[in-house]
Design a protein around this ligand. Structure first.
Ligand SMILES: NC(=O)c1ccc[n+]([C@@H]2O[C@H](COP(=O)([O-])OP(=O)(O)OC[C@H]3O[C@@H](n4cnc5c(N)ncnc54)[C@H](OP(=O)(O)O)[C@@H]3O)[C@@H](O)[C@H]2O)c1
Length: 180
């Protein structure tokens, strides 16, 4: 898959490394922007307050399936129903909200775990297949917890992970009986 990450920090750069290991062709863009025309999917991994600014500097995003990993820390900005909807205002295509509920600081440790950690996500139906593949390729198990209409509530739920110890981050797992 050809992937363009908009943001190349902990999340954008961390996922780029994992996805390259899985065989994908990944281009990382920073605040200078760039072009996403060749992308099969784009990842948005910039500060939540910078989504429109960042997408405004990238050409070729129209029609691209997007995975939005932004979160509302320290406080939500703007008037869109959710940050994922702000992304969709640029792409006009299916969007998933994923990796916003996972710690970038732990990406390098995912592969060492006894069982795959979960990755909760919400998505438009048209973004499910590619999102699940890229979640698996990053070493997590995808758990769809809703549709994109629930993105705002999902974004607001980040406090669930912010309050846990250790502050360096945790994995979590949803499992069906018999899996644990
Ligand atoms: N860190 C985590 O564990 C974690 C977990 C879940 C979700 N998130 C969310 O994921 C997003 C990225 O977090 P991060 O930890 O990866 O941040 P980070 O390490 O600080 O990286 C931020 C990236 O955003 C880019 N950027 C900043 N302003 C920009 C702009 N106006 N236009 C384009 N690009 C811009 C930076 O570009 P340059 O490279 O040019 O500086 C950098 O590549 C945030 O919304 C964060 O809340 C983070």
């Amino acid at each position: 898959m050809n992937i363009v990450t908009i943001g190349r920090g902990s999340i954008g750069g961390g996922l780029a490394a994992l996805w390259r290991k899985a065989g994908h062709d990944v281009t990382e863009l920073g605040r200078d922007g760039g072009d996403a025309t060749q992308a099969d999917v784009i990842l948005i991994a910039v500060p939540g307050s910078q989504i429109s600014d960042a997408l405004g500097r990238v050409t070729g995003v129209e029609g691209k399936v997007a995975i939005d990993a932004t979160n509302i820390m320290p406080v939500r900005q703007g008037d869109f129903p959710s940050y994922a909807h702000e992304v969709q205002a640029f792409t006009h295509a299916p969007v998933a909200k994923s990796f916003n509920m996972n710690f970038g600081s732990l990406f390098e440790k995912v592969a060492e775990q006894r069982v795959r950690p979960s990755n909760w996500y919400v998505a438009d139906d048209g973004a499910v297949a590619v999102t699940e593949q890229l979640i698996r390729n990053a070493g997590y198990d995808p758990v769809r917890v809703g549709n994109l209409s629930q993105a705002r509530d999902f974004e607001n739920a980040v406090w669930l992970l912010m309050g846990v110890q250790p502050v360096g981050g945790v994995f979590y797992r949803f499992a069906v009986p018999g899996e644990l």
